[in-house]
Design a protein around this ligand. Structure first.
Ligand SMILES: [Cu+2]
Length: 235
């Protein structure tokens, strides 16, 4: 390789590293959420689900920390990346079914990224994705440890999953045409890694609060590591 070409490559490499910023922050819930509903697995004909839990299981509509941090919020760059292409990761996350609950409850994937859907239970689940933009799918997973791969070919926030056997089972999968998304943890914190510098609209979407709406968004100017917090208000 000629020396000047090597120098050029090194410069390109360091330039892209310098502009990779972490966007971090916290999503807080304003207001007192309604009490969660206890899921009556014991009354269900299939006893496998109840047997998997030693504690009562409730809905997960509002998972809130002591100081108001809201879990299970999809935080993502909503606009400002138009025209840019990002490689699809070869590996995808796993949407598992454990104790007749989807785990995780909320996650994100990239467009065309294959992700695994797993049944960790010794009972039948019927995985039913109900998108509005992507193609619906619906298939049975009768066997423990069964894994099927699926993907979505269009951006959509979120695709709702249900199970046609267990009426309490739901999950929400955000589909993005870039890798700059995250889900808030149990304390409401999120971290989007390696975003290019730029001006963006960044959005926070909570499946329960924003069921019919777009979520909340903010304009941000990313020039190095950036902090942005959101407040989700109960209606
Ligand atoms: Cu199920």
């Amino acid at each position: 390789m000629k020396p000047h070409l090597l120098t050029a490559l090194v410069l390109v490499g360091s330039a892209s590293l310098a502009s990779a910023a972490d966007i971090t922050g916290k999503v807080s819930l304003k207001g007192t959420p309604p009490a969660e509903i206890t899921i009556d697995m014991a009354s269900f004909s299939d006893k496998t689900c109840a047997a998997a839990h030693s504690q009562p299981v409730t809905t997960r509509h509002y998972v809130v920390s002591k100081d108001g941090g809201l879990a299970n919020v999809l935080v993502y760059i909503k606009s400002g990346l138009e025209g840019k292409k990002f490689p699809t990761p070869a590996e995808g996350p796993v949407l598992d079914q454990v104790g007749c609950l989807y785990e995780p409850y909320v996650m994100g994937v990239m467009v065309n990224q294959k992700f695994k859907i797993k049944n960790s239970d010794a009972t039948l689940h019927n995985v039913h994705a109900t998108p509005k933009i992507n193609t619906e799918f619906n298939f049975a997973q009768p066997t423990k440890e069964q894994v099927n791969e699926r993907g979505f070919d269009k951006a959509e926030v979120p695709v709702r999953f249900m199970c046609n056997v267990h009426p309490w089972m739901f999950a929400y999968v955000g589909v993005f045409d870039h890798p700059y998304f995250a889900v808030t943890d149990k304390d409401g914190n999120f971290k989007i890694s390696g975003a290019p510098n730029g001006k963006y609209t960044i959005a926070a979407y909570h499946p329960k609060t924003h069921r019919d709406g777009p979520g909340v968004s903010k304009e941000i100017n990313v020039n190095g590591d950036t902090k942005v917090d959101f407040t989700v208000e109960l209606k």
